[in-house]
Design a protein. Structure first.
Ligand SMILES: Cc1ncc(COP(=O)(O)O)c(C=O)c1O
Length: 399
């Protein structure tokens, strides 16, 4: 074998050992057919999808699908290039204007994915003279953005404002050139940033704040703008990044800012300039989904009803969960990686698909069964998820 592949051998060995030890292969799950926003065919049978991030269940919304079909017919399948080279389509610009109005911000930029939005912002806004202070549990796209850029990176303890304060203090003069980065809802445990305390600290030190609202857009806040809206601190957050791939049910990313000068950075961002822009059907369905998100609080309410039912049901069974009710519900089992994999497969054979998250991708170090709920789940489906987990509980108690 060519030696370039040598470095992957330990990874492959770990994977092979897990498959041999558990008798389950979690790495090659194929969704054979998508049936609805909450159901799919896996291994030839219909399962309830409880790990999709499809928070508002809009992937099959008739208005979104119709908007995508119209754009597909009228503008084609793709843009075949970047906005810098090929030009922006009117719909890209319209979506940016709609995001600016929605967030009440003077600046908005749309990117091809949320990953790319974070790469672009974190590699460009902060340069070699600047510092990024990020919560240690931040998403990989934030870490990768810092790797593409040249700023000094310092991590602070997860959701620990005192640790953030201590590290800002140590920076002395450099604090004015510091970007603090946190998330609205953290993607693995579903917990929220203590944003009021963080805003207070960054104001006292004169630092700048970015909040990634990927999992909180459409989920938190009266209007669905996220955690900053929910806590009434939007005017003090400098940048919000997010994705279209969760509550809006499409693909794409964005950054909005209270600073109109964000526009100066557009043509300095390599991940903006050197990748193709989002396709017409994606942009059109995203615009429609944003319109629905704006006009409907009912979906958000249904999502939270579902989250509360599942969280309280699992807590009553004695499962160890993330610290607060959230549409992301992580179940930490007193079990090894191999045992957790077997239990994940047991859920699948009961007709429930959840995310199996293995270390080192987990914040806690141990494996997690991560559920994410949707407004499109019915009470009957939530009960089915609970029934499957209660079976797991029995297996754990009487192996
Ligand atoms: C916190 C966070 N930021 C950014 C992203 C990237 O979003 P996208 O899927 O649009 O690339 C994700 C996706 O999982 C995420 O969880």
């Amino acid at each position: 074998m060519m030696s370039l592949f040598d470095k992957f051998l330990p990874l492959e060995e770990t994977r092979t050992e897990l498959v041999a030890g558990s008798g389950v292969d979690p790495f090659h799950v194929v969704v054979e057919k998508v049936v609805s926003a909450t159901e799919a065919m896996i291994h030839g049978r219909k399962v309830i999808m409880a790990g999709t991030n499809n928070y508002l269940g809009l992937t099959f919304d008739p208005e979104c699908v119709a908007a995508a079909c119209t754009a597909l017919r009228e503008e084609g399948t793709g843009t075949t290039g970047s906005r810098m080279a090929n030009g922006s389509y009117a719909a890209h610009v319209a979506l940016e204007n709609e995001l600016a109005v929605f967030f009440n911000c003077p600046a908005a930029i749309v990117f091809s994915t949320g990953y790319i939005a974070n790469l672009a912002i974190l590699s460009t806004l902060v340069g070699p003279e600047d510092v990024i202070l990020l919560d240690v549990d931040c998403h990989a796209s934030i870490y990768d953005g810092t790797r593409l850029g040249a700023a000094r990176v310092i991590r602070f303890r997860h959701n620990d404002p005192a640790d953030l304060e201590k590290r800002l203090q140590r920076l002395g003069q450099r604090v004015g050139n510091t970007l603090v980065v946190v998330e609205g809802i953290y993607s693995m445990l579903g917990d929220r940033a203590p944003l009021r305390e963080i805003v207070d600290i960054k104001n006292r030190f004169g630092a700048t704040l970015l909040v990634d609202e990927a999992h909180s857009l459409g989920v938190l806040g009266q209007q669905g703008r996220g955690l900053a809206e929910e806590l009434g601190v939007e005017a003090e957050v400098d940048f919000i990044t997010g994705t279209f791939s969760k509550s809006l049910g499409t693909i794409g990313g964005f950054c909005v800012s209270r600073w109109p000068e964000l526009e100066y950075a557009r043509y300095a961002m390599r991940p903006y300039m050197f990748t193709a822009s989002s396709s017409p059907p994606l942009i059109s369905s995203t615009r429609k989904a944003l319109e629905i998100l704006c006009r409907s609080t009912a979906l958000r309410k249904k999502l939270w009803d579902n989250a509360t039912q599942l969280y309280q049901g699992l807590a009553a069974m004695g499962f160890e969960l993330g610290p607060e009710i959230s549409p992301v519900i992580a179940v930490r089992l007193p079990a090894s990686v191999s045992e957790t994999t077997v239990l994940w497969n047991e859920l699948l054979s009961q007709g429930i698909y959840v995310n199996l998250v293995l270390p080192p991708a987990t914040p806690s170090g141990g494996p997690l069964l991560r559920c994410s709920l949707s407004a499109a789940h019915s009470k009957v489906q939530i009960n089915a998820i609970l029934d499957a987990f209660s079976l797991i509980k029995e297996k754990l108690q009487h192996p």
